[in-house]
Structures are given as structure tokens and as C-alpha cells.
Design a protein. Structure first.
Length: 300
């Protein structure tokens, strides 16, 4: 299908990253982090949203604070980047747009990253931040977890960990193009390989190696949310692009959650790339998806 110029900007950015990685296979993790911090470029600055650098239980973070937002409600946002790249700064605009659409605040976590800090450091940081918000007086029902790609994994896995710890669960979960299956079993890894400009099996294998190290099984329940029972899980909104290789992860999550009684919604937007809400404020496909998420949230 034909993609408009605004949506094509994300594909062009992803293709430039892929080209650089192919041309320079020995890029260091610092090189990769510098490159992936460009993830913040496609989204336009959301109007009337301010930001504040802070810590959440000792975890470095950036607050996104839309004017007029309900300050009793907060999104705990975990950024994507294969658990190793990306940052709170690269994703603050995306999180700001989501917070503004929902009329709430958001705290974007700059969690510890692999390979210096392999699994489960990232989930530990998400739990630490969640506990800190509870201690500050936020009601669990007024907290959402959200994230994209690997951050979508963390947004789900942290809730599963909360359940294991006996903590009250958040009120809802929103994930963009989540990377969930560390065993890489999804059919679209092959069928969408020609249309996804960024995410290939080889990239996922490299990121998985940094995240899991040599000790963790790819089917570990905390590393691989698809290996869990979702009975009692909060309402769940999943969105992904029709062109992306990780589409199967979203579909498998939706099918499993739905079968186990979760109020789950899946939105697959034709022709869109991985984490297409990175185009928030720029492309109509991203803004229309934000409107659908907001309508879903208001219906809870």
C-alpha cells in the first residue's frame, strides 16, 4: 500500500540505521546508543507539555506533564531499544503525546541497560519506580504501564512481577509493537522480513544476547511474557504496524490474553513500521491511533 510522506519518514530513519549497521558491523554499544537516540526525531513536540528530570525510587526518569492533566494519574513508560539502546530522552516526546491524549502525566524511565546490566535489571528498575509511585500516594488503578518494543515487554513483565510479589496491579497496560518472544518463534519474522526496515532476526538475536547473557533461558517467564498465564491481568491495549516483523508477538499476546479473560484490544495498522507512534504529531496514522487509545482508556 502507498505510504504518505510523513509516515515514510520513520521508514527512512530505520533504513538509515540498518544501512549504517550493515556497513559498520563492529559498531560499539556507545555508537549504537548515539544512533538510536535519533528515535526522538520523528515525533513533533506535543504542544503544552512540559518536562522535568527526576528520579522514581532512585531510577533516573523524565516526567512529561501536559497542561491540565489529571495529576493523580500517571503512565510508567519504559522505552524501546532492545533493552540496550534508546533512552528516556529519545522517547519523551512519544510518551508526552500519549500522556496528553489520555489527559494524564507520564514518567519515562531511564532504566539500566544491557549489556552492562543484563536481565532482570530492567524489570527491577520498573518495579522500583512502581513501588515509589505507590509510596507517593498514587492509587494502583490510576497507574498505567506503557512501553514500546523491548519497553513493551517491560511494561507487561513488570505487571507480571508485581503479581508474583503480591503488589496491587496497575489499572491498564498499553504497548506499542512489543517484543515479547525471546525464542523468536513468530511467523512474521519471516513473512514481513522484506517490509520491516529495521527489525530483523539477526538484530533481535544480537539484542537478546546482550539482554539475557549466557545464563537466562529465552523461555524464562519473566524475560518472555508469552510464557505466562494472563488471568487477572489489567485491561490491555496492543498496537503494531502491518509491515513489521514483530507483528506475531502482538497477535499471540492478544489471543492468549483474550482467551484468559483479559479485556484486550489489538490494533494492527496497515503498512506501518515498528513503533509507528514514534510519528506522533507528524503522521495522521499515529495521531489517529492515539485517539483510539484515548477512547479505549476513557471506556475503562
Amino acid at each position: 500500500m502507498a505510504i504518505n510522506k510523513e509516515a515514510g519518514a520513520l521508514r527512512a530513519l530505520y533504513q538509515s540505521w540498518t544501512d549504517q549497521m550493515v556497513a559498520n558491523p563492529n559498531l560499539t554499544i556507545l555508537n549504537l546508543r548515539s544512533m538510536f537516540d535519533e528515535w526522538g526525531q520523528p515525533a513533533l513536540e506535543p504542544e503544552n507539555v512540559s518536562y522535568k528530570s527526576d528520579h522514581a525510587g532512585g531510577v533516573e526518569a523524565i516526567w512529561a506533564l501536559p497542561a491540565g492533566a489529571d495529576t493523580s494519574r500517571v503512565i510508567v513508560y519504559t522505552h524501546g531499544g532492545g533493552f540496550a539502546v534508546g533512552s528516556a530522552d529519545s522517547h519523551r516526546k512519544m510518551a508526552g503525546h500519549l500522556a496528553k491524549a489520555l489527559g494524564v502525566t507520564s514518567v519515562v524511565l531511564h532504566y539500566r541497560r544491557a549489556p552492562e546490566h543484563p536481565f532482570p535489571a530492567q524489570i527491577e528498575d520498573a518495579i522500583t519506580a512502581y513501588k515509589a509511585l505507590l509510596a507517593q500516594g498514587f492509587e494502583p488503578k490510576n497507574i498505567l504501564t506503557a512501553g514500546d518494543s523491548a519497553g513493551g515487554n517491560l511494561a507487561i513483565a513488570s505487571v507480571l512481577k508485581c503479581r508474583d510479589l503480591g503488589l496491587p496491579l496497575p489499572g491498564a497496560v498499553i504497548v506499542y509493537s512489543p517484543w515479547l518472544d525471546m525464542a523468536l518463534r513468530g511467523a512474521t519474522l519471516q513473512t514481513n522480513a522484506a517490509t520491516d526496515a529495521l527489525v530483523s532476526r539477526s538484530i533481535l538475536e544480537a539484542m537478546r544476547g546482550m539482554f539475557l547473557g549466557s545464563q537466562t533461558d529465552p523461555l524464562d517467564k519473566l524475560a518472555n511474557p508469552l510464557e505466562n498465564d494472563f488471568t487477572g491481568f489489567p485491561p490491555l491495549y496492543i498496537t503494531c504496524g502491518g509491515a513489521e516483523t514483530l507483528q506475531s508477538d502482538s497477535k499471540t499476546l492478544f489471543d492468549k490474553a483474550k482467551a484468559q479473560g483479559v479485556k484486550a484490544t489489538l490494533s494492527v495498522v496497515p503498512g506501518m513500521q515498528h513503533v509507528f507512534p514514534a510519528l506522533s504529531g507528524r503522521a495522521p496514522e499515529a495521531d489517529q491511533e492515539l485517539a483510539r487509545i484515548a477512547a479505549w482508556y476513557r471506556s475503562l
